[in-house]
Each structure stands twice: as structure tokens, then as C-alpha cells.
Design a protein around this ligand. Structure first.
Ligand SMILES: Cc1cc2nc3c(=O)[nH]c(=O)nc-3n(C[C@H](O)[C@H](O)[C@H](O)COP(=O)(O)OP(=O)(O)OC[C@H]3O[C@@H](n4cnc5c(N)ncnc54)[C@H](O)[C@@H]3O)c2cc1C
Ligand SMILES: NC(=O)c1ccc[n+]([C@@H]2O[C@H](COP(=O)([O-])OP(=O)(O)OC[C@H]3O[C@@H](n4cnc5c(N)ncnc54)[C@H](OP(=O)(O)O)[C@@H]3O)[C@@H](O)[C@H]2O)c1
Length: 433
């Protein structure tokens, strides 16, 4: 097991409960990955004010609910505490080797895998395994705008990526330009609007900004398992009507008209963005065209602004530093996997939590681990490689058809339908045996 973030610990719990022997290596000193603020693994993208944007009901593991006294959207300290309780409740902590980085994973004879780890003193050790579960996270390697905007290297102001953003003091008194309209961009723009001298929010396309609550309930509760059995067009119809009644058109707030339908992009969730826009504390801009010199930023509509700090909230790359890139790499964030878990080309490699969900990742990582555990126990069989490749191709076609073409939409799944898909596949796996 590579990593003891929320995906890795879910897999540890499942394997341990089934009595499957495993080693889990974690680069940092604690569990929780991204949710450990200032994690000493150097990989967390959490900022001081971060709260979850998938409600606690949806995010909790099936085997361990979140505390009743938690709010609908807890902060990252509470989420990290929940992961601590989870590993302690299941006695997993002593089964994880902390401060130990997996530095290489290589194919070995007879379908095995040689895994080399290094501790912080540089001591290395290689062990052979019949399977490797990869749970190294996919929101830690910043994706900067590419290709860079012309003149970016000569910009006299500062440029930072959302991954490095922690506290709002870096925004104070400055003219700040936030780039993107994903969840990092909206959170940082909202924070900036309260403390910066001026906040611009630039984007290359519009988005539907979803509220955190609808009718007093977390918005994602509205998309219950039952409702998601309805065709997408029907779900879209109802949610659009509700949003229309509550908030009207996005253009009323100065945002561009989205160039896609609802559910065709990863959701942007913010309880505050529309209000900050409505108060005039954030000015919307189209994409950056170039940096003509000094602190000037030129936008694609020809307008120009003086800016002290550009915060690029332009997403993350999927990266596996421990694989030889000729073996596994996710060029443009693409990595074909059977049901987003199983490597067809490299039997014995499984990927846990490598999805972008319209919903939370944690219960999905748990369900994926149950499926993999069954396979490891020999209680089932995968279909032929040809069948798996055909399924992957069909799933990719479906995703390309549904989502806006973007490197952020390569591993999308719908929460409830995907959980049902994994459950079905577990059954089929068992039947094949
Ligand atoms: C700002 C932000 C907010 C988010 N909010 C939500 C949300 O509200 N809801 C939601 O469902 N998702 C959210 N996400 C998505 C996020 O990816 C998941 O919440 C979650 O962190 C995924 O867990 P993970 O275990 O897969 O990855 P991570 O949390 O990234 O954990 C990976 C772990 O693997 C370890 N590791 C990595 N490489 C190695 C190695 N070579 N050797 C050993 N250990 C290694 C790391 O140290 C880390 O502990 C958010 C992401 C970001 C960036
Ligand atoms: N809990 C929370 O509140 C919270 C907070 C932050 C992040 N998150 C999660 O963390 C993950 C990453 O979110 P993110 O917002 O950092 O990244 P993201 O979802 O990948 O969004 C990136 C944004 O940058 C834009 N972009 C990318 N390249 C660009 C370019 N060259 N020029 C202009 N715009 C560009 C994208 O536009 P296109 O759509 O056109 O590609 C998109 O608007 C998501 O799963 C998100 O839900 C959650």
C-alpha cells in the first residue's frame, strides 16, 4: 500500500479486516494526506480556512460515521481528527510505516513487484509483493497554466499556485488576480475579497456555482442514491429549476454564461462567491492573454490591470514518481484503468481513490478496496484483457461525450452510480470464479 491518506487507510482497514497481510508505507509522519494541514510530507494543498465541500454524510466511510456533533461541512482539523480516530478505532496505526517513502516500484519475475522504500535517513530496503495498491493522491503536484502565458516569466509581480496557498496574509493590501473557477479559485477569491486591496477572478469558461445548502440541507444530500437512478437530463431539470429559483442566472452576478450544461463539469461549490460578487468585492475577468510588462496583466477582452499577485488555481497533475514513466505515467492526466482501479497492462497494480467524484472520494476508496480484497483472496476473476480494454474504451468515450474537454475531467465518476458499478463488478468478479 502506497500512502496513508484517506484512500490508503480505507484500503488498510479493508485488507486488515479480511486478514490479508500488507505493508503500508507513508511518506509523512501522520495519516490523512491532503487533510493534514502543513503535513510534513510536503504534499498537502490544504489552506488554513479549508472546509470540506462534500457534506460529512457523503464523505464518511461506510464503516465509521463522522461524529454527530460535527457540522455539515467540517474544517480540515476536524477531518484529520476523524481520520486519526478511524485508524485508532481499527488498530491500523501500528501497521503503517510512517516517514517512509516508496521510491520505486518495478516488475519482478512471476508477476511480482519489487518495491523500494527509503526512510528519512536515506536507508533503503526492497521487498517483493504480489500486488501493489497505489493511493498516493492526485491533488499535490501543481499544474501551472500550460503553455505559459506570453510574458509570464517577465511579470514583475508575484505568481503562486493554489497548492502553496496557506493563509490570507499573502493577499493583504495587494491587487490580486485569481485564475480559474474551480473550488480552489472560488475559496481563495472569496478570502481575497475581504483582505486584498482589489480582487480579480479570471476564467476561460463559466461555471454553475452550487450552494453548500439547499432548503436547509447539504446540497449533495439532494442527489440521493434514489434520485441518481433517474436519467441525467431529469436530474439536471430539477436541480436547474431549484438553482434558478434560489439564485437565478450566473450572468446576473457578472459571471460568463457557462458553455456547457449542469453536470458537464466538476462542480464548483461555494456558499459565498455569488454574494461576494453581488457586493462588488470581486471583479470578473476573462482569461489572461499575456503579461505585457511590469505588473500589467492583459486579458483576452483587451482590458489591462495592474496586479501584485497572480494565484493560479489551475488544478493538479496526476503523478507517480515511483514508476518508470515508460511503465506507468498519466500524460495529460489520462491513465486507462478497468473501472478506474485495475491496470490491465500490469496485473497486480491497483489504484485506490484515483477518481474525481461528483461526491466524496472516501466511501468510494473503501468500496474499491473491498473489490480488490476479493480479487487478492482469489474469490473472483477479472474478465479477459480484451474485455477490460473494451470496457475502458467505452467508459472513456462516455466521459469525453459528457464532460467539457479539460485535463480536470479525465477521471470523473458520479458518486452513487459509480458505487453501484463497483458493487455490480464485485458480484460479477465472484460469479466468474
Ligand atoms: C484543497 C482541496 C480540497 C478538497 N476537498 C475535498 C472534499 O471536500 N471532498 C472530497 O471528497 N475530496 C476533496 N478533495 C480531493 C482530495 O484528493 C481527497 O479529499 C483526498 O485527499 C484523497 O485522499 P488520498 O488518500 O487519495 O490522497 P492524499 O490525501 O493526497 O493522500 C496521499 C497519501 O499518500 C502519501 N504518499 C504519496 N506518495 C508517497 C510515496 N511515494 N511513498 C509513501 N507515501 C506516499 C502522502 O504522503 C499522503 O499521505 C480536495 C482536494 C483539495 C486539493
Ligand atoms: N473542499 C473544498 O472546498 C475544495 C477546495 C479546493 C479544491 N477542492 C477540490 O480539489 C480539486 C482540485 O480543485 P482546483 O480548483 O484546485 O482545480 P480544478 O478543479 O482542476 O480547476 C482548475 C481551474 O483552472 C482552470 N484552468 C486550468 N488551466 C488553465 C489555463 N491554462 N488557463 C486558464 N484557466 C485554466 C480550469 O478551467 P477548465 O475547466 O477550462 O479546464 C478550472 O477552472 C477538486 O477536486 C476540487 O473539488 C475542494
Amino acid at each position: 500500500m502506497i500512502g496513508a491518506g484517506s484512500s490508503g487507510i480505507a484500503a488498510c482497514q479493508v485488507l486488515d479486516a479480511r486478514g490479508i497481510a500488507f505493508d503500508c508505507f507513508e511518506k509523512g509522519s501522520e495519516v490523512g494526506g491532503n487533510w493534514r494541514y502543513e503535513n510534513d510530507n510536503g504534499m498537502s494543498s490544504a489552506y488554513r480556512s479549508l472546509h470540506i465541500n462534500t457534506s460529512r454524510g457523503l464523505m464518511a466511510y461506510a464503516t465509521y460515521p463522522m461524529p454527530e456533533d460535527y457540522p455539515d461541512y467540517p474544517n480540515h482539523f476536524q477531518i484529520a481528527a476523524y481520520f486519526d480516530d478511524y485508524v485508532d478505532r481499527f488498530g491500523l496505526r501500528e501497521k503503517i510505516r510512517f516517514r517512509t517513502e516508496v521510491v520505486s516500484v518495478e516488475p519482478a519475475p512471476e508477476g511480482r513487484w519489487d518495491v523500494t522504500v527509503a526512510d528519512r535517513d536515506g536507508r533503503r530496503e526492497t521487498n517483493r509483493y504480489r500486488a501493489v495498491l497505489v493511493a498516493n493522491g492526485h491533488h499535490w503536484d501543481p499544474r501551472w497554466p500550460g503553455p505559459p502565458f506570453p510574458g509570464a516569466e517577465g511579470f514583475a509581480g508575484e505568481q503562486m499556485h493554489a497548492h502553496h496557498y496557506r493563509e490570507p496574509d499573502v493577499l493583504e493590501g495587494k491587487r490580486v488576480l485569481v485564475l480559474g473557477i474551480g473550488n480552489s479559485a472560488t475559496d481563495i477569491a472569496v478570502e481575497s475579497s475581504r483582505i486584498a486591496d482589489k480582487t480579480f477572478l479570471a476564467m476561460r469558461r463559466g461555471a454553475y456555482v452550487l450552494p453548500k445548502h439547499l432548503g436547509g440541507k447539504p446540497t449533495d444530500e439532494a442527489a440521493s442514491a434514489l434520485l441518481t437512478r433517474l436519467p441525467l437530463s431529469v436530474q439536471r431539470f430539477f436541480l436547474s429549476r431549484l438553482l434558478g429559483l434560489a439564485f437565478g442566472e450566473m450572468t446576473s452576478y457578472g459571471l460568463p454564461e457557462p458553455d456547457h450544461k449542469l453536470f458537464e463539469a466538476h462542480p464548483t461549490v461555494s456558499a459565498e462567491l455569488l454574494s461576494r460578487l453581488g457586493h462588488g468585492d470581486i471583479e470578473v475577468k476573462p482569461n489572461i492573454a499575456n503579461f505585457p510588462g511590469g505588473r500589467t496583466v492583459r486579458f483576452t477582452d483587451g482590458s489591462e490591470e495592474e496586479v501584485d499577485l497572480v494565484v493560479c488555481c489551475t488544478g493538479y497533475k496526476i503523478t507517480f514518481p515511483f514508476f518508470d514513466p515508460s511503465l506507468i505515467s498519466a500524460e495529460d492526466n489520462r491513465l486507462p484503468l478497468y473501472h478506474r482501479v485495475v491496470s490491465v497492462e500490469h496485473p497486480g497494480l491497483f489504484f485506490i481513490g484515483l477518481i474525481q467524484s461528483l461526491g466524496a472520494i472516501m466511501p468510494i476508496a473503501e468500496a474499491q478496496s473491498e473489490w480488490v480484497a476479493g480479487l487478492l483472496e482469489g474469490r473472483g476473476e477479472l474478465p479477459s484483457a480484451a474485455k477490460m480494454r473494451a470496457e475502458i474504451a467505452a467508459a472513456e468515450r462516455k466521459m469525453r461525450k459528457r464532460y467539457v474537454a479539460s485535463k480536470r475531467h479525465t477521471i470523473q465518476v458520479d458518486f452513487h452510480p459509480y458505487l453501484r458499478e463497483i458493487r455490480r463488478e464485485r458480484k460479477r468478479t465472484a460469479q466468474r470464479a
